[in-house]
Design a protein around this ligand. Structure first.
Ligand SMILES: *[C@@H]1O[C@H](CO)[C@@H](O)[C@H](O)[C@H]1NC(C)=O
Ligand SMILES: *[C@@H]1O[C@H](CO)[C@@H](O)[C@H](O)[C@H]1NC(C)=O
Ligand SMILES: *[C@@H]1O[C@H](CO)[C@@H](O)[C@H](O)[C@H]1NC(C)=O
Ligand SMILES: [Zn+2]
Length: 455
């Protein structure tokens, strides 16, 4: 046990294996929602536990989705209202995956609190609730709403519908939506005001009805794998430039004002390289690297389904292979346009091969990039109160579909004000939140609410 109450609470939360990807653990996600409900009720909040539709599993079975928490801590209807969003589910974790400590037992080592969900996202949500509790000792300066879900790690099933349904009720008097599920780039607060979107592609090539042997068939036919490798190799050049015509057309040009924002960000390239064992980045300066990864598109190849990937030498010619890659999108790239550009390009390149094989290019629904008006997130500068420095204004390289969705539906001012650290390993082994981030982050939320009251 921890002798600090707020650390013990985090330990109690981390102890619940609320893994949303595993239907067998669904009751634990529900237990976690109930525990969060209890905590909010203790703060004097009114809590609605909203039941969602059933989830249909790939095998056709249906199971309950965990309830969504919609909570309300009202102070004064004339004061602004901020709505915090977070999630109570976690990614799976087992000690055998290579954890140094038991993933569901919060363990402190060298100023870090290790445990699954410590950073993503239980620690962040708890920091908000702890900040509210601390302010209440005197007086809560604004109205607070809280939205917590339990299916974030599997795409927030059911949440989009709920947000639409409650747009004119729960969200109607909300002035700010704050997503507390993000990380800082250094040890000063980071405010995320934009994210990239994504389109994920599958390109399938089939050369035969069954796998073949290279001793019997090698050299006499167009092999699916060779065709696929050719295609995948036409997507980007060696400098990372995407070769698909038109793909950069919609990218919003860089302004001087935006360029300035990157200069102030603290980001240690060498530290990241050392941590991940990288030799070098393509982009040598901090500014170029941050821009490249957040305000320009990129294309990554992820895998080949159907390829022979086991150890050893097997002389198979796979009959059907599917290459997988994705394009990260930035404002104002539209998923539907990108899909057409990529599909047309691959089909055109394929005709150059004169291959008799079949090609099929498909993609998922994609998610749009999101960008907030920087002026609406001006509150960030007030955080110098807590840290003696302005916050870093960050555009995330990944996607946070919920932010896009909140913006599109509610039209409110959205920001991501998480308190994770730059190296929390949120989906990996040894996930942690530092004691520094957890405690200073709690103060940050308190200062933020205090400042909102003066706007
Ligand atoms: C990052 O480096 C690549 C390769 O040198 C270059 O093409 C790209 O323009 C750079 N990005 C930025 C934002 O400077
Ligand atoms: C943001 O605010 C500045 C100064 O208050 C103003 O000059 C600028 O036009 C605003 N930008 C937008 C996009 O509203
Ligand atoms: C949701 O409500 C806001 C006003 O609070 C409105 O501006 C917006 O258009 C509504 N969204 C939809 C999808 O109706
Ligand atoms: Zn998260």
């Amino acid at each position: 046990t921890f002798n600090f109450l707020i650390l013990q609470r985090l330990k109690d939360w981390v102890a619940i294996e609320s893994v949303s990807t595993d239907p067998e653990k669904r009751h634990l996600v529900i237990n976690m929602m109930l525990l969060a409900e209890e905590r909010i009720r203790k703060l004097g909040g009114t809590v609605e536990m909203v039941d969602l539709d059933m989830q249909e599993l790939p095998n056709g079975n249906k199971i309950s989705l965990p309830p969504v928490i919609l909570a309300n801590i009202v102070k004064d209807p004339k004061k602004p209202t901020v709505c915090f969003y977070g999630h109570m589910d976690v990614q799976p974790a087992k000690i055998e995956d290579g954890w140094s400590t038991e993933p569901y037992i919060l363990t402190e080592k060298n100023g870090n609190l290790y445990g699954r969900g410590a950073s993503d996202d239980k620690g962040q949500v708890l920091a908000v609730l702890n900040a509210i509790e601390a302010l209440q000792k005197h007086e809560l300066p604004v109205n607070v709403k809280i939205l917590l879900e339990g299916m974030e790690e599997v795409g927030s099933i059911g949440l989009n519908t709920l947000v639409k349904q409650r747009n004119s009720t729960f969200f109607s008097d909300v002035d700010y939506i704050v997503v507390t599920d993000s990380a800082w780039l250094s040890n000063k607060p980071g405010i995320t005001y934009g994210t990239r979107g994504i389109c994920y592609f599958f390109v399938e090539i089939e050369c035969a009805k069954r796998d073949l042997h290279s001793g019997s068939f090698g050299g006499i036919l167009h092999e699916a794998m060779n065709d696929l490798i050719f295609l995948l190799n036409t997507l980007v050049d060696s400098s990372g430039h995407i070769l698909i015509p038109g793909i950069y057309e919609a990218v919003v040009p860089l302004t001087e004002k935006e360029k300035k924002l990157y200069e102030g960000i603290e980001y240690d390239l060498d530290q990241i390289m050392a941590k991940y064992g990288l030799e070098e980045f393509r982009n040598k300066t901090k500014e170029e690297l941050l821009m490249q990864r957040s305000r320009y598109p990129s294309l990554s190849i992820h895998g080949i389904e159907g390829a022979f990937s086991a150890p050893g030498a097997k002389t198979v010619i796979p009959a059907k292979v599917t290459g997988k890659f994705s394009v990260m999108l930035v404002p104002n790239m539209e998923p539907s346009v990108v899909k057409k550009q990529v599909t047309d390009y691959l089909n055109k390149k394929f005709t150059e091969l004169n291959s008799p094989n079949s090609i099929k290019v498909t993609s998922d629904t994609g998610s749009k990039p999101w960008l907030s008006d920087i002026n609406e997130t001006h509150l960030c500068y007030l955080h110098s109160l807590v840290f003696g420095k302005d916050a870093d204004m960050i555009r995330a390289g990944g996607t946070i579909p919920i932010a896009t969705h909140f913006q599109e539906v509610t039209r409110k001012s959205i920001m991501l004000l998480g308190i994770g650290g730059p190296d929390d390993a949120s989906h990996g082994q040894d996930e942690k939140i530092s004691r520094y981030n957890f405690i200073e982050g709690t103060k940050l939320y308190a200062a933020f609410l205090q400042e909102l009251a003066t706007v």
